[in-house]
Design a protein around this ligand. Structure first.
Ligand SMILES: Nc1ncnc2c1ncn2[C@@H]1O[C@H](COP(=O)(O)OP(=O)(O)OP(=O)(O)O)[C@@H](O)[C@H]1O
Length: 318
């Protein structure tokens, strides 16, 4: 196991920002730490980097405890939300920085810089000033700079969240591809579940300082461990499993769980059309309860509804 956290607790004064977290990241694996604002994700990442010290528990790499190993000796790469590039250096100067620190000779350095710029899709940008780049381009440079010294672990703290939504979605796909191409072992902090599921082999859900669930994206998406996690993953309504024909105690419904379909088993009346971020949803009354649904009908229509299982989550422990 490459990275191993064993019962890590991090306190600021009397508050524990991280409580008793045990987590592993295998060689070549990408793990996302996903959770709402303030749940302790960044604190945990900073502790792994060596920027904070655990109050108890241990952070180990290949079974060797990292307590007392300073940040720059851990051989971990760091990428933050706003890139933190050196503004007075060119793109190439930024990417080459870690290599220069390690006294890699010039010819090899130049070769590696060009290869990395190609990897992040910035061929031809070597001599540009970083202040003349867009936010997305700057994050690509930050990533190339972090990857340049071949870190054994890449730590990314909300690497895309300063960017607008469309760019973020595109860059998440690019980032997932290039982490795999470079066989990078990485831990990514994010509060955006789409981003976590696009990037990661496994997702660790954090809540109030604790890791409450770890698993592959599909498993976490379809079977969140509790109601709070299900809500965080987009479920806005909780009903008995029998409502959607599943032999389980309780399920969470996402806005896409119900779809207008003349052959569907449920029946309701359309109350309202609601505008959501990128589409229109229906608000439907079924037996006196309101549900969101997807479909092209008008207010007042009596409709039949089918269940789309991708929009349904089995809530753990139910
Ligand atoms: N330097 C600090 N001193 C005191 N408390 C801190 C410090 N840094 C973080 N905290 C507290 O620790 C808790 C966890 O913060 P952290 O930044 O790790 O959460 P997060 O999940 O990364 O949130 P966000 O996504 O908003 O950055 C919060 O309650 C925060 O107020």
């Amino acid at each position: 196991m490459a990275l191993e956290l064993d019962s890590v607790t991090v306190r600021y004064g009397r508050t524990a920002a991280v409580s008793d977290v045990s987590l592993t990241v295998a060689d070549g694996e990408v793990v996302a730490l996903l959770g709402p604002s303030g749940c302790g994700k960044s604190t945990l990442l900073r502790t792994i980097a060596g920027l904070e010290q655990p109050s108890s528990g241990s952070v180990a790499w290949d079974s060797s405890d990292l307590a007392g190993v300073p940040v720059h000796r851990r051989e971990f790469g760091l990428v933050f939300q706003d890139g933190q590039l050196f503004p007075h250096r060119s793109v190439a100067g930024n990417v080459a920085f870690g290599l220069r620190m390690r006294r890699v000779d010039r010819e090899e350095r130049d070769k590696r810089v060009l290869a990395l710029l190609e990897l992040v899709g910035l061929e031809g940008y070597a001599q540009r000033r970083v202040t003349q780049l867009s936010g997305g381009e700057q994050q690509r440079v930050a990533l190339a700079r972090a990857l340049a010294p071949s870190p054994r672990l890449l730590l990314l703290d909300e690497p895309l969240s300063a960017l607008d939504r469309a760019l973020r979605e595109q860059l998440a796909v690019d980032l997932a591809r290039l982490l795999r191409e470079a066989s990078t072992t990485a831990l990514v902090v994010t509060h955006d579940h789409d981003e976590a599921f696009t990037l990661a082999d496994r997702v660790a859900i954090m809540s109030r300082g604790r890791v409450v669930q770890v698993g592959p994206p599909a498993e976490v998406w379809s079977s969140p461990v509790d109601v709070e996690t299900a809500k965080f993953l987009g479920c806005n309504k909780f009903v008995p499993g029998s409502f959607v024909g599943l032999p389980v105690g309780r399920v969470g419904l996402r806005a896409t769980a119900l779809r207008v379909d003349p052959a569907g088993p449920l029946e309701g009346t359309v109350l309202e059309r609601v505008h959501r971020r990128d589409h229109v949803r229906l608000l439907v009354d079924i037996d006196g309860e309101e549900y969101e649904a997807v479909g092209p009908v008008s207010v007042g229509d009596r409709v039949r509804l089918a269940v789309d299982l991708d929009g349904v989550a089995r809530v753990g422990g139910e």
